[in-house]
Write a protein that binds this ligand. Structure first.
Ligand SMILES: Nc1ncnc2c1ncn2[C@@H]1O[C@H](COP(=O)(O)OP(=O)(O)OP(=O)(O)O)[C@@H](O)[C@H]1O
Length: 217
């Protein structure tokens, strides 16, 4: 479960990016964070992953108060997460396969099991036939799917994606949303930010709307 209680975030320059935000996303729920550019969507997701800390209020993830975690505990918190953020670059000098393998290597995974997991993750996002390719040779939509494969290879219980469909045409964007829905269907908690209202059309998912740092719906 992810729970925000009267959370505000003021950046060091004094700008208040979130104001008094409270909501709960239950375990296994899928929620979309919607709002205009600058509304605070990225900030909200960064607080959950302890990339930023709230100024006031509490952010609770799986019973842990994220804002109070010491730095040494943050990597343990992040083991629960699959993160798809814009600033996480692909490694263009490594193959598709190696890009997805890397998080498992870092966490010391046994190599045979790691290979199986990488292939399963690539299969899930429809990139198994591109495992030897370099990311630079992939389309924008394929690169986004590769980022998702890298995020889910560790089988996280919470998947957080910041504008994963930005810069993609509608068809690719719908494919990507379908991938996220498939994780939700197997019990993963999914939080996705988007300013793309078209994508939300007809989706039964919960939508949290931010406007100028405040939750308005
Ligand atoms: N490190 C920072 N220091 C100061 N202000 C920041 C910082 N990061 C973000 N902001 C400001 O906080 C506000 C919210 O930014 P945020 O990136 O959370 O919005 P967003 O809804 O994700 O926007 P977009 O859809 O354009 O990505 C913006 O006005 C932004 O300029």
């Amino acid at each position: 479960m992810i729970s925000f209680s009267e959370v505000s975030k003021r950046y060091p320059n004094g700008f208040e990016a979130l104001r008094n935000v409270s909501f709960t996303v239950e375990t296994g729920e899928m929620a979309l964070i919607n709002g205009h550019s600058g509304a605070g969507k990225t900030t909200l997701l960064r607080l959950i992953a302890a990339i930023e800390r709230s100024t006031t209020g509490s952010v609770i993830v799986n019973g842990q108060d994220v804002g109070r975690l010491n730095d040494a505990a943050v990597p343990f918190l992040r083991r629960n997460f699959g993160l798809v953020f814009q600033d996480q670059k692909l490694l263009f000098d490594r193959s598709v396969f190696e890009n997805v393998l890397l998080p498992l290597q870092i966490s010391g995974f046994e190599s045979k099991a790691a290979v199986r997991r990488v292939r399963a993750a690539l299969d899930k996002v429809g990139l198994l036939n591109k495992e030897k390719a370099r990311p630079i040779t992939l389309s924008g939509g394929e690169q986004q799917r590769l980022c998702i494969a890298r995020a889910i290879v560790s089988r996280p219980s919470i998947l957080i994606a910041d504008e994963p469909t930005s810069n993609l045409d509608m068809e690719y964007a719908k494919d990507i949303m379908a991938i996220f829905k498939s994780f939700h269907q197997v019990g993963v908690t999914v939080l996705i930010s988007t300013h793309d209202v078209e994508l939300l059309g007809g989706t039964p998912q919960r939508i949290l709307t931010l406007s100028h740092g405040e939750l308005t719906g």
